[in-house]
Design a protein around this ligand. Sequence first.
Ligand SMILES: CC(C)(COP(=O)(O)OP(=O)(O)OC[C@H]1O[C@@H](n2cnc3c(N)ncnc32)[C@H](O)[C@@H]1OP(=O)(O)O)[C@@H](O)C(=O)NCCC(=O)NCCS
Length: 408
Amino acid sequence: MIMMGGETLAHDHFQNIVHDIALLNSLGVRLVLVHGARPQIDELCQQKNIQAKFHNNKRITDEPMLVTVQQAVGQLRSQIEALLSTGTSNSPMHGADIRVVGGNFVMAKPLGVLDGVDFAHTGEVRKIDGKAINRVLDNNAIVLMNCLGYSKNGETFNLPVEDVATQTAISLQADKLIMFGENNCLHHENGNLIKDIITSEILNLVSSKLSQEQSTQLLSAKHAVENGVARCQLIQHSQDGALLTELFTLDGSGTLISQNHQEQLRSAKMEDVVGILELLAPLEDKGILVRRGREVLENEINRFRVLVKDDMVLGCAALYPFDNQMAELACVAVHRDYRGGDRGDRLLSTLETEAKNQGINKLFVLTTQTALWFEERGFKVGTVEELPAEKKSLYNLQRNSKVFVKGL
Ligand SMILES: CC(C)(COP(=O)(O)OP(=O)(O)OC[C@H]1O[C@@H](n2cnc3c(N)ncnc32)[C@H](O)[C@@H]1OP(=O)(O)O)[C@@H](O)C(=O)NCCC(=O)NCCS
């Protein structure tokens, strides 16, 4: 499900976005597009000398305004259909025909009179015909929707595009709702992009310094995610290729809104073995970690904790209990692209807590190149003599690893 405000349609990158949408359709991705028309409506109003009226940031749609909205939406619809008709030219999928279907999928109701102001043809979504949309999607067509909806008695209503997008995504229980915008992504105070935010953190943010666009999209995303849409993603149309980056890279683009953080720290399962092997292989090649084969890993998988995102193993660590209430911390590793984000710390503190809960009072680690990292986290230089007898007998003199110990 993709939402594009009229600003996105007016942007230089719009043609490329449509091209990417056509490509996705030809690859079999089920797509519903919902577009708005705010700047185009404003422009038409200016041309026709119509005074646009708003109350609480909501447009009042009287009769002349409704005609203008219909005109703007109709033009945009035809423009999008024309662009999609060029299909996937200049791509390996050249020649694939793209079908676009629109229709009366949105049942609307009037907003009515608020604070004594009659909103006339400004409305809100009453119901979405998800079944009809799904039938179109089953036929591999793209569903094209806009900000107009109809009531049972045949009246037309102008609806907020975010409302249509959210309610449609909920009705379809979409895998993803992607919202394009101008400056809709969220940033930390230092300017860095917030890649991932959970719904419970949103209300704190909305009361802080956010633009109207950000607040509206965030609250819509929150509503969608809390009502069964798996994820919402805010992406910027000014970033060329944002849509494909979002869909085909692990980190995506823009800000992701979901119910739970995407990275999960949990006990490793058999399905993680391949991911752990891939994570450890380069470190084993460099001699940073002792080589462990697949069989060993499969036998010892219950010793491992992993940090995963979309089933990709980003980090791991293992705990091997010995006699004398001691345990070895081993295979602490974080994927090189994800280092420096406290993931190593999270793995370490999780295993420390687990060790304590198991009655272990001393952790040790053997390391050749990561001594400082452990020292900075409370480990002290130890000796081979301090190791449990079983481990001492296996100590590899050639590796000459340093022993570090931490009391819990
Ligand atoms: C050690 C490791 C797990 C840390 O993961 P991480 O997610 O980057 O850890 P954190 O974000 O919690 O910590 C990052 C800090 O550790 C420092 N650090 C990373 N590797 C280090 C090393 N080998 N020695 C000393 N400090 C190191 C970073 O410089 C950073 O410090 P800074 O914040 O002051 O810049 C990761 O670097 C790794 O996988 N290294 C290779 C495997 C390894 O050596 N494992 C230990 C085997 S016993």
